[in-house]
Design a protein around this ligand. Sequence first.
Ligand code: GDP
Length: 329
Amino acid sequence: MICVLTGGTGGAKFVDGLRQVIPPEEIMLIVNTGDDLLWWGLYVSPDIDSITYVLSGLLSRERGWGVKGDTFLCLQAMGQLGEPTWFHTGDRDLAVHLLRSRLLAEGKTLSEATSTICDKLGVKARILPMSDSRVETRVDTPSGELSFEEYFVQRWYQDPVNSVRFAGASDAEPAPGVIEAIVSADTVLIAPSNPITSIGPILAVPGVRDALVRARGQVAAISPIVGNAAVAGPAGILMAAKGLPCSIAGVAKAYEDFLDLLICDTRDARAAEALRGNGLRVQCTQTIMRTAEDKAELARTVLSFMIGGLLSDKPVSGESAARAGSDQP
Ligand code: GDP
């Protein structure tokens, strides 16, 4: 079993590769819900939706979100009624939000609603929200505090960022199965997702970081940072707001208490060497995913790096450190 901690677009690209190279029944996904929002009175969970659509073959690969070939008639009609339209929901996408909202109104948990939707869409991988409690990513800017979607979608992440917090996290519990999945998986992968606003909320749920430290399998992260920039989106700006450098060293620092292996781009070979000097295992490969084949190739390569971890239990930290120098770019 492979357990993947993931967020939205970058994570969805990686999961798209993974599903091409291993049976979906062997994939367990723990997904960020810090971006969830109430939109037109409906409960929308953007990262769960992206992962659900990728695994059901419905994702629009051009947009990286929403359903392929979707229409936007309801969005137009809501605009004509004077309702906000900055968050784009297609008509078929809306059907999922309607169903989820009805299930939640009937008293189902987010995990239960997600499982029902996955069954109906033929998703065979297991998708777990990080928590059934509401944890909300809040971005503090000079214009005031914004929800993640207000910051990212409505305002195009143009505001300077003072800080990021995860409201409700300290009282949240991991959703059923989250801790067990992390601790017992053969391999745990941190997708190339935004370390602050996609992986950060998952790590903020009490018990998750500790589970990663205790994990039986190796924990590897694929860097969303290449060179000194995020491949896309505001990860660099948000890392700076958390005092982290926008580099693979910053990614390593964000995950330092549980990371066994960092997988970064070949362009970061020199920075990787410096990290190896500090005792971290680092592997370099081509990490930019443009085509379906790029995605499958990255997934295949990541799994090949993990083979040692799949065949044996996690080495003690001394062994990890001893192997640190042996990984070639
Ligand atoms: P979002 O922030 O909600 O869109 O979702 P994610 O956190 O999953 O995705 C954004 C992150 O994915 C950004 O930090 C990007 O740098 C990273 N990313 C996007 N595409 C790629 C890619 O092809 N390769 C790598 N390594 N990272 C990527």
